[in-house]
Design a protein around this ligand. Structure first.
Ligand code: IPM
Ligand code: MN
Length: 342
């Protein structure tokens, strides 16, 4: 069996508690199929507070050589918003050109949705990961004066949009063959029009896949009024950020939501992380739910081509939630229960 190098960034808060459990699940599921060598990275709030380092170049270079990255959570209330987000998490996504931010949402049996009639929820958001308002293009002048000006510019390139659009159509081919483009083309006419034209052009190459369009504001309504209508939702970086938090809530909380920051050309490693944050309010109590982190390892396995172990993790999680999803359990207990099913 081949050895895969996994860069592990537990990060902050509950990230440190759930990542070891996720690694244990990964190990057990892949037994006999693949061997993993882990390289832990001390990155996140503690490191920053200790020596001011956010993502040193030598760490980034080592991370670049990994086969995949497993990340817990980044963020700490003691640190000004934006420093770790931009300097660590987004820097990784950008430096490793992870242009597909893949975020599946599924309502598992045994989970109570906040919706009265949730129906059969099973969709994936394909969120663009390297462009849009996340680029950091813009600036501020005359700071702290009444004449202050601040701009954030959304960058959309034909190259960047086309590659993520293609990914969405390829993914739809393996699913229920429907793509919904979400944007705000009635107002953001430049970028919105370009997204739509690229979707129309690429979509024509996939005659079996139907596609439609929704404005972001309408999409937030349909996500709660009729979520089962969605299969693949394709959208830009910021709309995707917002929509996937809503999606997490609709399927019973972000505790069950995994994600992949994918470099689909495999030039650099892809990164797998739960959608939830570092949850400082419950950190250190041993009660964080490791399910989303465990599901992230299933995405990692699938990305590396190990479909069978990935399915095993998903089945184990599904069975665990169905049977014990409503029980109060510690992090360790959930881990043990899921591992026992693998
Ligand atoms: C997410 C997070 C990040 C994002 C933040 C922490 C930078 O909200 O992964 O969804 O906005 O992408
Ligand atoms: Mn988010």
């Amino acid at each position: 069996t081949q050895t895969y190098h996994i860069a592990v960034i537990p990060g902050d808060g509950i990230g440190k508690e759930i990542i070891p459990i996720a690694q244990a699940a990964l190990e057990k599921a892949a037994e006999g199929a693949a061997h993993f060598a882990y390289e832990p990275f001390d990155l996140g709030a503690e490191r920053y507070l200790r020596d001011g380092a956010i993502l040193p170049d030598e760490d980034l270079e080592r991370i670049k050589r990994a086969d995949a990255i497993l990340l817990g959570a980044i963020g700490d209330p003691r640190i000004k918003a934006g420093i770790l987000e931009r300097g660590l998490l987004l820097k990784l996504r950008f430096a490793l050109d992870q242009y597909v931010n893949l975020r599946p949402s599924k309502l598992y049996k045994g989970v109570t949705s906040p919706l009265a009639n949730p129906g059969d929820i099973d969709f994936v958001v394909v969120r663009e990961g390297t462009e849009g308002l996340y680029c950091g293009a813009g600036g501020a002048i005359r700071r702290d004066t009444p004449a202050e000006v601040a701009t954030e510019v959304s960058i959309n390139t034909a190259y960047g949009v086309e590659r993520v659009v293609r990914y969405a159509f390829e993914l739809a081919m393996k699913r229920r063959k429907h793509v919904t483009l979400v944007h705000k083309k009635n107002v953001l006419v430049n970028a919105g029009d370009m997204w739509q034209r690229i979707v129309d052009r690429v979509g024509a190459e996939y005659p079996e896949v139907s596609h439609d369009y929704q404005h972001i504001d309408a999409a937030t309504i349909f996500l709660v009024s009729d979520p089962s209508r969605f299969d693949v939702i394709l959208t830009d970086n910021l709309f995707g950020d917002i929509l996937t938090d809503e999606a997490g809530a609709v399927v019973g909380g972000v505790g069950y939501s995994a994600s992949g920051c994918i470099n689909a050309s495999n030039e650099y490693p892809s990164m797998f992380e739960p959608i939830h944050g570092s949850a400082p309010d419950i950190a250190g109590k041993g009660i964080a739910n490791p399910t989303a982190a465990i599901l992230s390892t299933a995405m990692l396995l699938r990305h590396l081509g190990f479909d069978e172990p990935a399915v095993r993790i998903e089945r184990a999680v599904e069975a665990d939630i169905e049977e014990l999803g409503s029980a109060q359990r510690s992090t360790q207990q959930v881990g043990q229960d899921i591992l026992a099913r693998l």
